[in-house]
Design a protein around this ligand. Structure first.
Ligand SMILES: [Zn+2]
Ligand SMILES: [Zn+2]
Length: 426
């Protein structure tokens, strides 16, 4: 998409502009009732008397002409993206059309595609890696585990990395241009990635996620100009791999366009994934009060106060610190070793100058999950941090919280920790 539509044109006059618009509307499902979900075309032809099949035919448009069907499709696009449904290429619509986005189509009344995995223990593997920004396989493994952990924290699903040769459920590739699945990538910007819905559609491709190697991927926050956050896009694509379609809720992870890093689920994403797989059945939940927090560098705090069951802390300006919670964790209950779903924190920060940047989860000395560069501020009264592979717990849970305090008044540099806990399953 990008720069082919002129911003000062409210209604396109040249047929070239309209063709660009129509191509965009066609690619992302607005000129086609059917969400083909990247099925590479092995469907049976529709029966002639099948009413549903009629509705699945493409909408006919005249190429280069802003005809009624194109205007109707544009209105649907505007509605989905929360824009004024003018049917005109106004400035806001042009800005939305030019955004970087996912390659999957938008249409569909429901947030789910219909298919789901018929097992909860899923595997994933890498066919290859990107080497952008010196990303090593180890860094990419951590980033992808972080993305899967978002979905693991809300459902009974677990995600374990295996070698590519052992035929993982979800196969991850970095590819550019035509990569022989019927949906070629478009070079830098525009479409960033796509994924395939769960079986049975798409055959062996079901669940797979492809990332456009023509993009410059990064794990740094801020990303730097033109670079794309791999964790954010991966988490979105895995939503498709699990059966979610695009959401029209602005701010949700499943919104079709990319507007910078967002490494957490929105309430709408949680509702969507739970509508497919349900939640998880808690065998044991454990909590500890905020007063038990341990400070790695006490000299970097201006003040620390323990009040009732919580602790509030004022960081010195421009400091970083680590805070730790050790959760007394039952590891064996009724002769069964428990597994971890997620750590949970209840905290707030008083401004964007007091930031929770990283949350690492340990079982004894083994780091089992890392939520890096999540940059949380404000009220976080029940935030879950999943562990993608949901391992058995052996030595007890530790939560390490990387924080940063910037400048401003003392109050701007305050954060309160109320409690920390975890959900365990059998
Ligand atoms: Zn998408
Ligand atoms: Zn592909």
């Amino acid at each position: 998409m990008k720069k082919s539509i002129k911003k000062d044109d409210f209604i396109p006059k040249s047929s070239k502009d309209v063709k660009v618009l129509q191509k965009h509307l066609g690619l992302f499902g607005y000129l086609n009732y059917e969400d083909r979900g990247f099925d590479p075309g092995n469907e049976m032809p529709p029966e002639p008397d099948d009413k549903e099949a009629d509705a699945m035919e493409s909408i006919s448009i005249k190429e280069g002409d802003l005809d009624d069907n194109t205007v109707q499709a544009l209105k649907k696009y505007q509605d989905f993206h929360g824009l004024e449904c003018s049917g005109k290429l106004d400035v806001n619509t042009l800005a939305e059309l030019e955004k970087k986005r996912c390659g999957m189509p938008d249409l569909g009344e429901y947030s789910t595609q219909g298919n789901k995995w018929n097992k909860t223990e899923l595997t994933y593997g890498f066919q290859n890696y990107t080497s952008d920004n010196s990303l090593t396989p180890a860094k990419i493994h951590a980033a992808i585990a972080q993305a899967f952990a978002l979905w693991a924290a809300e459902t009974s699903l677990s995600f374990r990395r295996v070698n590519f040769s052992s035929n993982p459920d979800i196969r991850i590739r970095f590819v550019s241009g035509n990569h022989e699945d019927g949906s070629p990538f478009d070079g830098n910007s525009g479409v960033l990635a796509h994924a395939f819905y769960p079986p049975p559609n798409s055959g062996a491709l079901a669940g797979d996620a492809h990332f456009d190697e023509a993009e410059t991927w990064t794990l740094n926050i801020p990303t730097g100009t033109g670079k794309i956050d791999l964790v954010t896009v991966a988490a979105h694509e895995f939503g498709h791999s699990l059966g979610l379609r695009h959401s029209n809720v602005s701010g949700s992870l499943m919104f079709p366009s990319y507007s910078g890093p967002s490494r957490v689920l929105h309430a709408d994403d949680k509702a969507g994934i739970r509508s497919i797989y349900g939640g998880y059945s808690i065998a044991h939940a454990q909590w500890i009060h905020g007063t038990s927090i341990q400070i790695e560098y006490p000299e970097r705090l201006e003040r620390i106060t323990r009040a009732g069951f919580y602790t509030y802390l004022y960081g010195k300006p421009n400091t970083k610190n680590w805070f730790h919670f050790a959760i007394p964790t039952p590891v064996i209950v009724d002769s069964k070793r428990l597994k971890i779903v997620c750590a949970i924190l209840r905290f707030r920060t008083f401004s964007s100058n007091a930031i929770v940047k990283h949350i690492h989860i340990y079982d004894g000395y083994t780091k089992i999950a890392a939520h890096n560069n999540i940059n949380l501020t404000g009220n976080n009264w029940f935030a879950k941090y999943g562990v993608a592979h949901k391992p058995s717990i052996y030595w007890g849970l530790g939560i390490s919280i990387g924080v940063e305090f910037k400048g401003g008044t003392a109050k701007n540099r305050r954060m309160d920790f109320v409690s920390a806990g975890c959900d365990l399953i059998k």
